[in-house]
Structures are given as C-alpha cells and as structure tokens.
Design a protein around this ligand. Structure first.
Ligand code: 2DT
Length: 213
C-alpha cells in the first residue's frame, strides 16, 4: 500500500432504497480493499451507537414519535458528531466505505414533503464523498426481498417518493448508478472496479472538500 505522507483514504458512499443490497455490498467492498492491503473501515449512518443514534433508532422502530424536522436534524447531528473522526481517518490514509450518508438524509425527508433546500442546509460543511454509488432497484423489486417491511419507512408508496427525491439529487451529480437486480457477484465486481479506481486517485493527493458549499 502507498504510505507516502500526502496519501489519503477515499470516502465512498453507497446509497439506495431499503433492501437494495447496500449493506452486503459495503461489507464485501471493505473486505476486498482490505485484501489488497488498504487500510479501510466500514461505517454506516445512522450510527445507532451514539446517544443521538439511539434516539434515531427508537424512532425508526416506531418506539417513539418525532416531528419530521426534528428527526431530520437528528440524522444530520448524527453525521456532524462523526465528522472530525472521519476527517482524521481519511487524512491518516484510511478509506471509509459508508452505508448511507447525507443523500439518504435529504431523500427520506423530502419524501415526507419537507423542502429540498431546507433539507440540504444542515448538511453543508460535512465532508463531500469522493464517490457515490447508487444501487438502483425499483420499490416493487425491493419489496419482494427478504426482511422487507420491518421498519418505519419500508412501505412501497413511501419508497416511490424516496426514489423521486434521489432522482432530484442525481441531477448534475456524478453518481455511479449500478443495477442492483443483477446477481450479487456481478454487482460486487462492478463496484470493486469503480472503487479501486477512486481509491487510487485519492492516494495521489486529490484534496478533501465540503458538501454543497
Ligand atoms: P438503515 O436501514 O440503512 O439503517 O437506515 N435515513 C437514513 C434517513 O431518513 N435519514 C438519514 O439521514 C439516514 C442516514 C433510511 C435506516 C433508515 O433511515 C433512513 C432508512
């Protein structure tokens, strides 16, 4: 692995609907990079281990009710509380594979009818990812997968709204769209190629930047 002083890790985000296969693919990606000798960590948002994360978790499992704006800001706070650690890790050469990020924050809150710009505002200044991978699946296909329907947002009409919001976020972006209905191994290979290329670019000193600023 390249350990020159200005070599940094990559921030790689996986996004998509519930049951699109993000979590599986994120952990496979991390294993793959580790196997190549890269320093890599697998993160996810919401990070349910913090006290903010525990409030989010109880909301998601319908154990508590919160105003839509309030939960939006909690999701955002949950990212802000990890920002400095994230920066330290990346600058120290560790690549972070991230299962959901600000885009989920905006997409899910917009799907409830909150204003797009209002939703983006608290995310400004978080670290911008080097790569966003969107695992593309229709709400109908996702709903047919095992384990669907146990949490608050896992309803097909709502997921249709989420897709619309993700589409707004994709406009003018350079997200990589991957067909999430392909066999798992095919998706895995496709992701490996894209991510490895990104990791190499970041090693060569591409600077970190901020989200939406
Ligand atoms: P998981 O099933 O992936 O743990 O996600 N969500 C997520 C939001 O509404 N806002 C956010 O900022 C984030 C990160 C997506 C739990 C659910 O929480 C939603 C699904």
């Amino acid at each position: 692995r390249d350990s020159s002083s200005n070599s940094r890790g990559a921030l790689v985000v996986l996004e998509g609907l519930d049951r699109c296969g993000k979590t599986t693919q994120a952990s496979r990606l991390a294993q793959y990079l580790e196997g190549l000798g890269h320093s890599v960590e697998l993160w996810r948002f919401p990070d349910r281990t913090t006290s903010v994360g525990q409030m989010i978790s109880s909301y998601l499992s319908n154990e508590s009710q919160l105003d839509d704006h309030t939960i939006h800001l909690l999701f955002s706070a949950n990212r802000w509380e990890k920002r400095s650690l994230m920066e330290t890790k990346l600058k120290g050469g560790t690549t972070i594979i991230l299962d959901r990020y600000s885009y989920s924050g905006v997409a899910f809150s917009c799907a409830k009818g909150l204003n797009f710009e209002w939703c983006k505002a608290p995310e400004v200044g978080l670290l911008a990812p080097d790569l966003v991978l969107y695992l593309n699946i229709s709400p109908k296909m996702a709903a047919e997968r095992k384990g669907y329907g146990s949490e608050r947002y896992e309803q097909i009409e709502f997921q249709n709204q989420v897709v619309e919001a993700y589409r707004d976020l994709m406009i003018g972006s350079n997200w990589q769209i991957v067909d999430a209905c392909q066999p798992m191994e095919v998706i895995e290979k496709e992701l490996q190629e894209i991510v490895l290329d990104c990791v190499k670019k970041c090693q060569n000193g591409a600077p970190l930047s901020d989200l939406w600023s």
